[in-house]
Design a protein around this ligand. Sequence first.
Ligand SMILES: [Zn+2]
Length: 374
Amino acid sequence: MYFRDIIGQEEVKGRLIQSAKLGIVPHAQLFTEQGGAGAFALAVAYARYLNCRQRSDTDACGRCPSCLKYDELAHPDLHFVFPIVSKKDKKKEVCDDYLTEWRGFLQGRPYFSIDQWLEYMDAGNSQAIIYSKESDEIIRKLTLKIYEADYRVLLVWLPEKLHQTCANKLLKVIEEPPTNTIILMVSEAPDLIIGTIQSRAQRINVRPIKEDAVREALIRQYHLVEKDAKRIAHLAAGNYMKAMEAISMGEENEFFLEQFKTMMRNSWARNVKGMRAMADTMAAIGRERQKNFFAYCQHLIRENFVYRFQSAELNYMNKEEAGFAVNFAPFVNERNVFDLMEELAKAEQHIAQNVNAKMVFFDLGLRITVLIKK
Ligand SMILES: [Zn+2]
């Protein structure tokens, strides 16, 4: 993570770069954000910049020995503390036990959420915290001799998840910091951190990303067209996680539309083989998505029925859906619309009740064959 990987946030970047150049580096700093603004990546980029041997005016070099180790997040003077799920049977009780996963998780991922991390470490339904046992680890790491860095860095992700014992130890360290050591904390809920830590740390408020910066990044990284990028940037309200979610929902939407078309075409052509193939495809995607698909189909049937009245303000379809409606809408009429809706709702219900998905999809295909010709 370099400064250049972080979207927008020019003001904070400027401030951090200035701090490094002047050598005025507070030993405890608390980065705060509401999520998806890049606070964690900023903290890492700052730590890297501080230790880079050939930094430019805007970023670290990417070539010096320090940068190369930072690339792997494996610098001996860079330590991480982050919430984990203790797995005693697998001897995973402190952050370092998760270090391989943690590095893998962060690779190429400047923006992430605690939910993604939980999923990555296979946490099941457990809550992640920073356990009291971590206190000894922190002390141990900070009493080690510094290997080679100008600044040894302890990066604490989500200090609001610190166990009380651990928070008190960290406070002690902040009060009497070892030399050349800086503690960077990145929080999404600073109010939950003990007040004494809050008041002793320099606060860096990372605001939501500016809309224009999100729009530009979406075009650059995902090759969205201007109009879509603008719409998603607006919806995301400065949270890049939200923007990325909106795009992948777009992909799901595309997949559903394709499946919907296939289903209707199979039924119209009485293509039993095609119906079987589709049932196989859809059976494999999982119950939640199957339910979403049926909800989506009901929405499309309704929109295609309304489409006949040629009233744009009553229509809620995107460009691709509307394109399909030109040919498909005539098949949805007063004689079949309610039955089609009912069959789709029934299928959704059956999925919720754990009926065999292949059977549900195949059966539905057959029923639509009868209805679509009405
Ligand atoms: Zn460098």
